[in-house]
Structures are given as structure tokens and as C-alpha cells.
Design a protein around this ligand. Structure first.
Ligand code: HEC
Length: 131
């Protein structure tokens, strides 16, 4: 093999190793959470049946999750998602069951899987963006 070819092989190996290294460092906790790909499907699975125009939760609170805009608008009383503040966001308070158990969300149903709660929290802490 000529030196030039060898150089190319090394360069290629370097790039591959670099990519693997990066992927390895990217822990689950600092991965960027996407609203469209990660959060919206979770809200659709656990919240949408009640929180869309015409459904019970929407009628009682004004809160809908049928779109990003609706989710960010919040209830009749104001926002339930504060970008960067999962501790102070009502939506997170409710799905974590930090409020009274009678208003834990999903309402009258089982708590969401921890992994999904974590995903929503990370999305809020990363700024609750429409990404
Ligand atoms: C089975 C129906 C149902 C499901 C599923 C449901 N909710 Fe609700 N939700 C309600 C009802 C009913 C209310 C009004 C509660 C009340 O005022 O007593 C409510 C109220 C709320 C409120 C307003 C609370 C407040 O303090 O005003 C938020 C925020 C909320 N839900 C978020 C969610 C989220 C997030 C999910 C999914 C994880 C969810 N809900 C799933 C029925 C539901």
C-alpha cells in the first residue's frame, strides 16, 4: 500500500473512532430532547384523550395538548410549562404526583413510566422548545 493510501485509511479510522467517542460521551441525560419526536408522542399517549377540545380535561381546565402552541398556552389560568424550570412547571408537578393525588395526571390513571416522566422533565429543563 502506498503511503498516500495508508494516510487515507488512517484518516477514515480516525473519523469513525471520533464519532463513536462522541456517541459514547453523550449520556442519556444530556441528549437534546425533541418536542416532535419525544414529547408529543408521550402527551398523545397519556393526555390527549382528555386534553383536547371537547374532552373532559380540556373542558374543566382549558388545557389541551393537541399542539405545541396549546401545550405552551396552558390552562384557563395560564401556562403549566415554564421553559428551563421543570421544578416549577405545573405539568411536571402533576405527572410526578407532587400535587395532591386527586389531581395527579394522567387523571385517575396509573403514573406514567419513569422514563417518560424524565423525558418530559428534560425537555422542560432544556427550554421546552418547539424542536
Ligand atoms: C382521564 C382523563 C385525563 C387524562 C388522561 C389526563 N388528564 Fe389532566 N385533567 C383531567 C381533568 C378532569 C382535569 C381537571 C381537574 C380538576 O379540575 O379537578 C385535568 C386537569 C389538568 C391540568 C390543570 C391542573 C390545574 O391545576 O388546573 C393539567 C396541567 C393537566 N390536567 C395535565 C395533564 C397531563 C400532562 C396529562 C398527561 C400526562 C393529563 N393531564 C392526562 C383529566 C385528564
Amino acid at each position: 500500500m502506498s503511503n498516500r493510501k495508508l494516510g487515507k485509511v488512517y484518516a477514515g479510522a480516525f473519523i469513525v473512532a471520533g464519532a463513536i467517542g462522541l456517541a459514547g460521551c453523550e449520556g442519556a441525560s444530556d441528549r437534546a430532547v425533541s418536542y416532535a419526536e419525544d414529547v408529543q408522542p408521550i402527551l398523545a399517549e397519556h393526555c390527549l384523550e382528555c386534553h383536547r377540545p371537547g374532552a373532559e380535561g380540556y373542558a374543566k381546565s382549558g388545557f389541551g395538548v393537541e399542539s405545541y402552541a396549546a401545550t405552551m398556552k396552558g390552562t384557563n389560568f395560564g401556562p403549566v410549562v415554564i421553559g428551563g424550570d421543570s421544578i416549577g412547571s405545573t405539568l411536571v408537578v402533576l405527572i410526578e404526583g407532587r400535587a395532591h393525588s386527586s389531581i395527579q395526571m394522567p387523571h385517575g390513571q396509573q403514573r406514567m413510566p419513569e422514563e417518560q416522566i424524565e423525558t418530559v422533565k428534560r425537555w422542560v429543563d432544556q427550554g421546552a422548545m418547539d424542536n
